[in-house]
Design a protein around this ligand. Structure first.
Ligand code: ATR
Length: 280
């Protein structure tokens, strides 16, 4: 293999911004490499991954293949094992290895936005109980958050997450949110509510602890109604775009040997591509 190439595997994958991010870094570091999209249907994913190494030094994996990619790993790191899903693949001695860098992306963006947040965060409230929530809960526990409340439309999914992550997690219904908000230091939306084309997340922030931070992992639109309402009430707000940018860092480093930086210029490039403007 002459040119080092990586790809993002998804279905559909046309919307993926990963090529924009990685090509920006390749150019910045003057690396002779490329990063492309691979649209792979579910019935073809196993065979595609079997032959990945013939063409690529590694890959990102997005919906709906993260679980299938995890199952193909010869070596999964502890994060991928805890999540049962891999979004970043590379090779070591020919063996397919994988991690889930959404966890790193979530924490890194929080560290950048609110340095020292973990010292002020005793209790977090996580909305949603899908794959994204699993990554967020892993990240919060890893950083020492002591209590995590999980609210989800389908209570059984929240309960399954609480069982996996242990006694620091409790489960509630959306209807029970109000009293819990008063003791919440960090509120995180991991549901698809508020995303372009989806219903918005209707939650009354009036009872939310005054110093609480609000993080929405949605990034289209950049400022969801949840974040707009939180900002208007004076809460620190954290959007989902930084998580997308930071989760790309470990993969790039593995494939191309340089640890890239998430800079304002890169964020501006993505914002322009999304047709968004920075809110302050
Ligand atoms: P991901 O892997 O991105 O987290 P997912 O597993 O499909 O995606 O999870 C989506 C999350 O958004 C879930 O928590 C889902 O709630 P359910 O478990 O009840 O399905 C939540 N969600 C999606 N649409 C919703 C809606 N209209 N109202 C409330 N919650 C919704």
């Amino acid at each position: 293999m002459s040119l080092r190439r990586a790809c993002v595997i998804g279905h559909p994958v046309a919307h993926s911004r990963s090529p924009l991010i990685h090509r920006y870094w390749l150019k910045e570091h003057r690396i002779e490499g490329d990063y492309v999209r691979e649209d792979v249907a579910p019935e073809a994913i196993e065979r595609f991954l079997d032959r990945l190494g013939e063409r690529y030094v590694g890959a990102n994996v997005t919906i709906p293949h993260k679980e299938a990619a995890f199952r193909k790993l010869k070596r999964a790191d502890p994060v991928a094992r805890a999540l049962g899903a891999a979004n970043t693949l590379w090779f070591e001695d020919g063996a397919l290895c994988g991690s889930n860098t959404d966890v790193y992306g979530f924490s890194a963006h929080l560290d950048e936005s609110l340095p020292g947040w973990e010292k002020r965060t005793v209790t977090a409230l996580v909305l949603g109980a899908g794959g994204a929530a699993r990554g967020v809960i892993y990240a919060l526990l890893e950083r020492g958050v002591r209590r995590i409340a999980i609210a989800n439309r389908t209570r059984a999914r929240g309960e399954a997450l609480a069982r996996q992550f242990g006694e620091k997690c409790t489960v509630m219904d959306f209807a029970e949110l109000s009293p819990r908000l008063a003791e919440t230091d960090l509120l995180v939306n991991t549901t698809s509510l508020g995303m372009k084309g989806q219903p918005s997340l209707e939650i009354d922030l009036l009872p939310l602890k005054r110093a609480a931070a609000v993080y929405d992992i949605v990034y289209v639109p950049l400022e969801t109604r949840l974040l707009a309402a939180a900002r208007a009430r004076g809460h620190p707000v954290i959007d989902g775009l930084g998580m997308l940018l930071h989760q790309a860092v470990p993969g790039f480093e593995r494939w191309f040997g340089v640890r890239p930086k998430v800079t304002p210029a890169l964020r501006a490039l993505l914002l322009a591509d999304l047709g968004e403007k920075e809110r302050r």
